[in-house]
Write a protein that binds this ligand. Structure first.
Ligand code: PBG
Length: 336
């Protein structure tokens, strides 16, 4: 790349500011365009009716009861947002060390999926596959002997993916980082005849301090003992992300994700350049809190930093972005 550009043009015959002088010209030369079609909206659900609870560490984000969730999904669909991702706040009394609530076909997630599928069409429903909302240890897998067990967790994740698919979810999104789970889930879905069920793998998911507000939102922060470093990736690593992504593609992932977002755009670029598969990033709760918190204090312009960051994801190679700002961004992009 560098070579191709270095010999092209010299000041003053070439003036790069020429193309930037007018708005129409800037639009004409723009290399990246953010569109509503690039957005996935993560939504938190809770028990109750007509109930919403603000998430303290995520100003502007509420947990919604299933009925309000359905309304929110309609609103997203009407704005043209292609998909929403559901995250449940499980009643603490339903949390156990084996996280069996994860594959209870009547759990909050499955009820939310059924309710939304009954009333709203033309929008995809993405579901996390991970045990942390259901696990009394707050971990994504099953803890035994002080260690998150891999193969035993995968068995539970398979059952979770099946009940969520049976409830009507379109995309299973394993966010647990257990080894081999994509292949195992794909095999189990196919065996049940769910050959069209899509898998979006959280393929390169890092052990990050940017997830804290999310853990408040789903109520797992109190439960979580220790950290997730024995399964989520070390943020010092980049080559390893390519191995993770490569494995997941071989195991049957339809789409891959890098997470968190902004501090990991180098990973997005490498993944996209290396594999060329549908690639997503998650602008996570802590990134949202950072921008929204500063905007609330008047230090940043929320609308502007939202569109700038989302465009940055696209420039880095993302085909789409999971963002809590999806509805705001969609409204801005639609001029509503
Ligand atoms: C859990 C999960 C997490 C997020 C999505 N799925 C948190 C974690 O791994 O602890 C984070 C999302 C966010 O911070 O917005 N499997």
């Amino acid at each position: 790349m560098a070579k191709r550009f270095s010999t092209l043009g010299r000041y003053p015959t070439t003036r790069l500011r020429r193309n930037r002088r007018e708005d129409w010209s800037r639009r004409l030369v723009a290399e990246t365009r953010l569109s509503v079609d690039d957005l996935i909206w993560p939504v938190f659900v809770q028990e109750g009716t007509n109930a919403r609870t603000p998430v303290g560490s995520m100003p502007g984000v509420d947990r919604l009861s299933v009925d309000l969730f359905v309304e929110a999904v309609k609103q997203a669909r009407d704005l043209g947002i292609p998909a929403v991702a559901i995250f449940p706040e499980t009643d603490p009394s339903a949390k156990t060390p084996d996280a069996r609530e994860a594959y209870n076909p009547d759990n909050l997630v499955c009820r939310a999926i059924r309710a939304v599928k009954k009333e709203v069409s033309d929008i995809g429903i993405v579901c996390d596959v991970a045990l942390d909302p259901f696990n009394s240890d707050g971990h994504d897998g099953i803890v035994r002997d002080g260690y998150v067990q891999n193969d035993e967790s995968v068995e539970a994740l398979i059952k979770q993916a099946i009940v969520q698919t049976e409830a009507g979810a379109d995309i299973q999104a394993p966010s647990d980082m257990m080894d081999g789970r994509i292949g195992a889930i794909r095999k189990a879905l196919d065996a049940k005849g769910y050959v069209h069920a899509q898998i979006m793998s959280y393929a390169a998911k890092y052990a990050s301090a940017f997830y804290n507000p999310f853990r408040d939102a789903i109520g797992s922060s109190g439960a979580l003992k220790g950290d997730k470093k024995t399964y989520q990736m070390d943020y010092a690593n980049s080559d390893e992300a390519l191995r993770e992504v490569g494995f997941d593609i071989e195991e049957g992932a339809d789409m891959v994700m890098v997470k968190p977002g902004l501090p990991y755009l180098d990973i997005v670029r490498r993944v996209k350049d290396t594999f060329g598969v549908p690639t997503y990033a998650y602008q996570v709760s802590g990134e949202y809190a950072m921008l929204k918190g500063a905007a609330e204090r008047g230090w940043l312009d929320w609308n502007k930093v939202l569109v700038e960051t989302l465009t940055g994801f696209k420039r880095a190679g993302c085909d789409g972005i999971l963002t809590y700002g999806a509805v705001d961004a969609a409204r801005l992009l639609r001029g509503k």
